[in-house]
Design a protein around this ligand. Sequence first.
Ligand SMILES: Nc1nc2c(c(=O)[nH]1)N[C@H]1C(S)=C(S)[C@@H](COP(=O)(O)OP(=O)(O)OC[C@H]3O[C@@H](n4cnc5c(=O)[nH]c(N)nc54)[C@H](O)[C@@H]3O)O[C@H]1N2
Ligand SMILES: Nc1nc2c(c(=O)[nH]1)N[C@H]1C(S)=C(S)[C@@H](COP(=O)(O)OP(=O)(O)OC[C@H]3O[C@@H](n4cnc5c(=O)[nH]c(N)nc54)[C@H](O)[C@@H]3O)O[C@H]1N2
Ligand SMILES: [Mo]
Length: 688
Amino acid sequence: MSDALWGTRKTPYARTVCPRDCYDSCGMRVRPDGERGIAVGGDPDDPVARGSLCPKCAVSYNHSWISETGRLKTPLQRRGRKGAGEFKPVGWDEALRGIAERVVRAVADTGPLNVINTHYTGCRGVLGRDFPLRLFNRLGALEVAPDTICNVAGQIALTYLYGTGTVGADPRTISDANALLFWGVNPANTGPHALRKSFPGCRPATVCIDPLRTRTAKACDFHLQLRPGSDAALAFGFMHVLERDSLIDQSFINDHVTGWDAILPTVRSWSVERAAAATGLRGEEITEVAHLYGRGRGLIWMGMGLQRQTHGGNVVRSIGCLPAITGNLGRPGSGFFYINGMSMHGIDGDYLTAPHLRREPMPYVSQMDMHELLADASRSRVLFCWNNNIVTSNPRQNALRKALAREDLFTIAIDLFDTETTDFADVVLPAANFLEVDDLVYSYFNLTVGPQRRVKAPPGEALSNQEIFRRLARVLGFEDPELYETDRAILEKVTGDSLGISYDELCRRGNLFVSDKPVLPFADHRFLTPSSRVEIASERANVAGHGLCPRPLAEPPPEGRLLRLLSPAAEWSLNSVFTNEPRIRSKLGDPKIHLNPRDAAERQIADGDPVAVSSSVGRLEFIATLDSSLRRGVVLVYKSASSKAAPHRANVNVLNPGWKADMGEGTAVHSLAVDVERRPSTSISRMD
Ligand SMILES: Nc1nc2c(c(=O)[nH]1)N[C@H]1C(S)=C(S)[C@@H](COP(=O)(O)OP(=O)(O)OC[C@H]3O[C@@H](n4cnc5c(=O)[nH]c(N)nc54)[C@H](O)[C@@H]3O)O[C@H]1N2
Ligand SMILES: Nc1nc2c(c(=O)[nH]1)N[C@H]1C(S)=C(S)[C@@H](COP(=O)(O)OP(=O)(O)OC[C@H]3O[C@@H](n4cnc5c(=O)[nH]c(N)nc54)[C@H](O)[C@@H]3O)O[C@H]1N2
Ligand SMILES: [Mo]
């Protein structure tokens, strides 16, 4: 362990930060630990983790993530048929030369846009996630728009209203709020420390607005268990009550908002009764929560899950009006959370990714359409997949598998572990994990920035993402200095820009807030819109076909005997990550679908029965779990269990047709309609 950095004798540990795609970004301590080499735990000094990790990270980081077993250790070259996962080891030079040759040929034959780059947030360090984009920009490769799988509709909606989709409240001001609304967000699973530990002292009244009775809902004072897809109708119901009962801030509206007059007739006509009918809620609960929010400082946390529906952009645009009409902006304990992006952390995204290296503009391709792009030999020749696991996470899983099986699609997959996606690669490259390389991590919720430290050597020949792309740039013969900037130089610059200290100092201190005092976005009441006001009426939205103003739309329930399938985040996995850990896999057991007992009875399904679930694009088997907390007509399967580990070698995204939300061609995965039937057999069969 000669290359580990263990602090001093008094502090025999290194501080590091978890780079998973999670609201928390916990500060951690790593110390030497006998046989296992190292032990990973929460940093007691960290303002977020406060000495403990969530169970999934605690288990995995102390087992599969520090063990060499199961890790990819050398580059691999395909020997079997595509998808079979049969490979032989090759050296780095040979692997990179082979890749460069295919890239050069594809660019020469058909242009750089036939080189496809798909990536996401497998690791969220600024080097591991962002630096590789410099090379793709230089190449002029086609990037599959990353946020379309996750949060783009909400970002666009907030941009119409506020001029930005990545500036929200500082969680340190939660204790100043009188009311906190968790709207389509489930931090009990998706940011456990944010829910349990970040709010010391005063506890505001809490409301959860979610069709599921999640653990977050159970922890709240109120739960509005609305019909999925009816959030805009609810937001307009709240606005109706706020206006009717004089809880709006007319002078704030006069000075800082456009378009209130334009929606006022709709708001007045959208009675509590109409809102109740559209949402399936009781009128009294709508009124009570509107009063709670309207009475004082209120904070709304809009989840990313919230906007994964066909009207997702309109939903976020409607909810986003509430802070504006009540003047709940720019003061502690007011405003909203969605994504607190890089700019709030003083980090310059363009510096990291060097978009100036790109010479030609690129078309916009949604992840929803990736299966089509990859099936089309005239549009895709080479595919890079890194920091993601598209076969588990993307829609149209069967079609995607078929496209990835194309012999003439040269696929490079970079991962820590072998996955269902690496199985389809021509070349697999082994990546170093976050314990094996220095980096810098910011949270997209807390305004923290922290060091990610190398505390052990990578297994075998594994390399960091950034080093892999530096070496590939060299083999490709590029000369641009941006492609070769060292990790150290980048880390110094980013730490300096963000915090005004050196990277070494950051490593000593661990996760730090970007400011001593809470940040108050929009405190000057100037917004980043064309009019500098909050634009409830947005000409830009109008031009883009979304209407001048948001509307009280609700998705109709699925037709006939179809049920609405929600597939949100699970407690024991982070997307597909951690589902390869044996201790977690045994907890997950057989793939389950949760049904309301009456929906089940109508289908002669009993608890524990095997069922077949089908949608317009696929069919998949599950074990039924009856759950009386579900609304009728709603079924639940947690997202992204690794299909590799599952008995049927597939997961819920077999059923996902890739419907798009109204904005940015983002995912509408929560709008999915399925049929569920009992099956005679008792076990789950393989689907492929
Ligand atoms: N049905 C359904 N599907 C969904 C969702 C849903 O709600 N329902 N949610 C969607 C959302 S929000 C998202 S963000 C996507 C996520 O989808 P993906 O981006 O595919 O996420 P993961 O499955 O976590 O894949 C991350 C991969 O990165 C690897 N990895 C980790 N660290 C490193 C590293 O340092 N280097 C490299 N090269 N690899 C690394 C991990 O081993 C893992 O295989 O899924 C989407 N899919
Ligand atoms: N443990 C764990 N943590 C994670 C992840 C994970 O997979 N596991 N994923 C990470 C990623 S990539 C992301 S993007 C974030 C996502 O963080 P969240 O947004 O919290 O996650 P989701 O679970 O996708 O969705 C939140 C809630 O939206 C609800 N929902 C679905 N449809 C509707 C609707 O029509 N209206 C309303 N009001 N609610 C609805 C779901 O029931 C769910 O409880 O979490 C991150 N953290
Ligand atoms: Mo996500």
